[in-house]
Structure formats: C-alpha cells, structure tokens
Design a protein around this ligand. Structure first.
Ligand SMILES: *[C@@H]1O[C@H](CO)[C@@H](O)[C@H](O)[C@H]1NC(C)=O
Ligand SMILES: *[C@@H]1O[C@H](CO)[C@@H](O)[C@H](O)[C@H]1NC(C)=O
Ligand SMILES: *[C@@H]1O[C@H](CO)[C@@H](O)[C@H](O)[C@H]1NC(C)=O
Length: 472
C-alpha cells in the first residue's frame, strides 16, 4: 500500500507536492507491478500496458515479433510518418472526482457493520477537483517512452536531422503529452543537451483537426447535447445486469440499494482503474467487483463509446473525415516531393488528441465493426465483440500511418506503399487483410470518403426547415 498518500490533512497538501509524491511512489512501486484481475476491462481507462504486456517488464522494448512486419528498409524507405496519439494516463475529471467524493461521504456518513464499507471509509480521498483530467506523472512516462520506442522502430525517419511537426488539441493533458513526447525524443536523439533541442520546438494548437467533434454542429446537436441519443446506454444502466451489481454492492457495503445508482457503481469501478493506472496499486475499490461485474461495466463503457464516438450514429465518424483527408493530403504532397526529388517538407507529423479523436476515425475506416450494433439488451450476444475500447483506445493509444518509397518497384504503383499500426502493432487493411498496401489501392478503397465527405456539409444542420418566414 502506498504510504505516501496517507496523511491527516489531505485538503492542505498542494497539487505540485502531491504530484511529486506520486512520482516517487511510481518509481518505488513499478517493480511490484500489481496486476489486477480486472485490468483487462477498464475500457478507455485502460493502461497502455494492457495492450502491450511486454512493457510491464521493459517499457522501452519493442516486444516479441508479430505476424506481418514493417517493410524492410533495404527495399522500402519510410517517407512520412503520421502519428495520431491519445494523451497519456490522466487524472479523473472534476465531475468524476465529485461523484467519488459523494460516494465516499456516503460510506463515511455512519458506522457500518460491513468490513468493506469500513475499509473504504478509511480510504484516503486524495483526488482534488483541480486535478480535473490533467496528465498524471505516469502519463508523462507513457509519452516519453512511446517516443523512445518510435525512434527505435523508425530510426531513419525519427532522426536528429529531421523536422518534426507537432500539433495538439488545446486540452492541457494533450499539450502536456506533446511536451513529454518531445522530452522522450530528446532523450533518444540528443542525449547531450544541444541548441537544436526538440523540446523547444513549438506545438501548434489545432482543435479543428484534433477536436473536430466540437466543430461539428450536427454532432453537437444530434448526439452530444441530445438527451435521448444515449438511450441504449441509459437503458443498460437500468437493466438486469447493472441491477444485479447494484444489489450485490449495496449488500457488501451495508447501504440501501436506493442510495446507489449506476453512475456511483461506475465511479467506484473507475476509481479502481485510476488507482492502478496512476499509482500502480490494487485499490480497495477493486475488491467490490469480480470479473463478471467488470465485464458488465466494460460493456457499459463500450456502449457509450459506440453510440457517442463509434458506429452508433453516422455523424460520429463522418465528422472525422476532415482529419482522414488531411492525412492523405500530406501523403500526396510527400509523394509529389519525392517524385521531383525534393526533400520531404513534413516527414514526421505528430498529433496529440483524445480517444474521441481516434475512435471516430477508426470507425470511418471501418475497423472493429461488429455485425450487429451494441444495444442495451444484447450484452450476452456481444461477449465476443470486436468493439472493445480498452483494446483500441487505452491511454497513450496511437495510430500510425507510414508512407514508404520502395526501390526496384516493378510498376509505378508499387513505388509508394503504406502500413498502419495501432498501438504499435500492424493493423491489417480491410480491403486486403494484408499489413501493407499500395498507396493507390488504399486511396481507391477509401475514394468515397476522400471525394464525397465534406466536413462542412456533413456537419451542417439541415437548414432547409428554418429559412424562417418570420424573419422577413
Ligand atoms: C436525438 O436523438 C434521437 C435518437 O437518436 C433522434 O431520434 C432525435 O432526432 C435526436 N434529436 C435531435 C435534435 O437531433
Ligand atoms: C421540418 O420540421 C418538421 C417538424 O419539425 C419535420 O417533420 C420535417 O421533416 C422537417 N423537414 C425537413 C426538410 O427537414
Ligand atoms: C428554427 O427557428 C426557430 C425560430 O426562429 C428557432 O427557435 C430554432 O432554434 C431554429 N431551429 C434550428 C434547428 O435552427
């Protein structure tokens, strides 16, 4: 148990001090590597290590060989790398911290006979509202180490002579992630401090590409701010699977069932995930849940992702076509430059965003699509679903598009090829099931999105109705 974060007056500790203590505790505990039996079900709050377990042993290793491989550099040289990176491990949001505070107060409000309730009442509520979704110290490590692994994987491309283009969502955790990533690049490329420090290069704030969802009026109106759009999620919260967990936990904690609801159950589960991701401890909050419960709560998380960011509504993914097209625009430019033997103007483009940036884009491209939608009443049927956000967008998740120039190509089409990696593993293309594609084949497969998806038109609310007469 972390002794660092216990103390008589949690309210009086400053945030910087807490963060410092946390960093110390991380280093101390890392070797103990507590792995929870629940950690595979934390959805978007999963540690990156869940999808790359070898990193628990060595955070800088590239892992075991996998089926399919990067194109051999003898034949194909990477021309351009586009990396879309979710921020690293973060603190809970203010809203989550408030709900946790509410649950914690409920447990402290009276002496209860249940040992689990006593243990949780004694738990130190160390989260403070100011932490509001910020990058945790572990999140900085996530980014520094990811940068170092990318340098090892693409040494020719990520070299000290190259120009790096950084862009980020305006959110603090993303800007901080890009800074930590740069420190990682610096460590890998210039172990000696030098005037050309990458650390000092500027990050461009680009919400138009990294938070396209905020700029899409149709998405905001018909999904985000629409009280009925999440009806499947709301129905599942009231459904038999969640009811069962609610009753069980009420009994475990000696509190009336009516004092609990799905949101409080979920915040208890989130706390278990945050304590593991941020502090690397197996929190007493985890002991409220068994593996069956965790699967139900994972489904609840996935349902929300599905309806808000995934296949649930077309506008979720269509709103990302602005980002998708930007990737191809830069590839086209790199190819034009390569054909005229010019230097590639942006060989490395690193963009820092959110799970909400990556998930719609992956849906636009058709990845992780199940035959049937995820709904409130097909939990059992969806046990083996593809759409598992913990496997797709954990903290620090990253989607890489790599454009190669290949020598000795037999046809002009073979000269330019592409690979995609999700979380540092090659992602087979849907049109071929291969891990490498000719650039022309890829463009052809996605020609409808490339040609017919216009962000402005897709995101416009149908105005036909409101050319109001009362204005005249
Ligand atoms: C809100 O969502 C529901 C369910 O998808 C839909 O029927 C309704 O049209 C949406 N409302 C708006 C304002 O888009
Ligand atoms: C206009 O609004 C009405 C009701 O608000 C709706 O029934 C109709 O389908 C809308 N028409 C168009 C063209 O969107
Ligand atoms: C349509 O016009 C009315 C009255 O001008 C306004 O209250 C309403 O918000 C408008 N609806 C949309 C979808 O723009």
């Amino acid at each position: 148990m972390a002794s660092c974060c216990r103390g008589p007056s949690p309210g009086r500790r400053s945030l910087p001090l807490l963060l410092l203590l946390l960093r110390v505790s991380l280093v101390r505990q890392a070797s103990a590597a507590t792995t929870s039996r629940l950690s595979g079900y934390f959805g978007t709050k999963s540690r990156y290590e869940e999808v790359n377990q070898h990193l628990l042993r060595d955070p800088l290793s590239l892992g075991p060989p996998e089926p399919g491989h990067l194109l051999p550099s003898a034949a194909c040289v990477p021309l351009q790398l586009r990396a879309l990176i979710r921020h690293g491990t973060r603190f809970p949001t203010e809203k989550q911290i408030r709900k946790l505070g509410q649950l914690h107060r409920l447990l402290r409000s009276q002496e209860r006979a249940c040992p689990a309730a006593q243990q949780l009442a004694r738990w130190d509520m160390w989260y403070q509202p100011e932490m509001d979704g910020r990058l945790a110290p572990k999140g900085r490590l996530d980014m520094e180490q990811l940068a170092q692994r990318l340098v090892a994987r693409f040494p020719g491309l990520l070299s000290s002579q190259r120009r790096f283009a950084f862009a980020s969502s305006s959110k603090h955790r993303c800007v901080e992630s890009s800074a930590a990533f740069r420190r990682g690049l610096q460590l890998a490329l210039h172990p000696q401090p030098s005037p050309s420090d990458i650390v000092h290069e500027k990050t461009e704030i680009d919400d138009k590409l990294m938070r396209f969802f905020d700029h899409c009026e149709k998405f905001v109106t018909s999904v985000e701010e629409n009280d009925t759009a999440m009806y499947q999620v709301d129905a599942f919260k009231q459904g038999p699977e969640m009811k069962r967990i609610q009753e069980k936990i009420a009994a475990t904690l000696c509190i009336p069932v009516r004092d609990l609801n799905a949101d409080l159950i979920q915040v208890a589960f989130f706390t278990c995930s945050f304590e593991l991701a941020i502090k690397n401890v197996n929190s007493p909050w985890c002991s409220l849940f068994n593996e069956d419960d965790a699967q139900v709560l994972e489904y609840l998380n996935d349902l929300k992702q599905y309806w808000k960011r995934g296949y649930g509504y077309d506008i979720n993914s269509r709103s990302s076509c602005i980002l998708f097209q930007d990737i191809f625009k830069h590839f086209d430019r790199a190819i034009a430059e390569s054909k005229s033997s010019m230097p590639i103007s942006s060989p490395v483009i690193l963009q820092f965003g959110h799970a909400e940036t990556l998930q719609p884009l992956l849906a636009l491209m058709g990845f992780f699509k199940d035959e049937e939608p995820l709904t409130a009443d097909n939990y059992k049927k969806q046990m083996h679903r593809k759409f598992r956000s913990g496997h797709i967008v954990p903290y620090a998740s990253n989607l890489l598009f790599v454009l190669y120039h290949c020598d000795q190509a037999k046809t002009p089409e073979e000269e330019y090829q592409v690979q995609i990696m999700l979380n540092e593993k090659l992602l087979p293309f849907l049109h071929s099931e291969e891990t490498v594609s000719l650039y022309t084949d890829l463009k052809n497969h996605y020609k409808d999105i490339l040609q017919n998806c216009n962000f402005k038109e897709e995101c416009e609310l149908s105005k036909t109705n409101n050319t109001s007469t009362d204005e005249l």
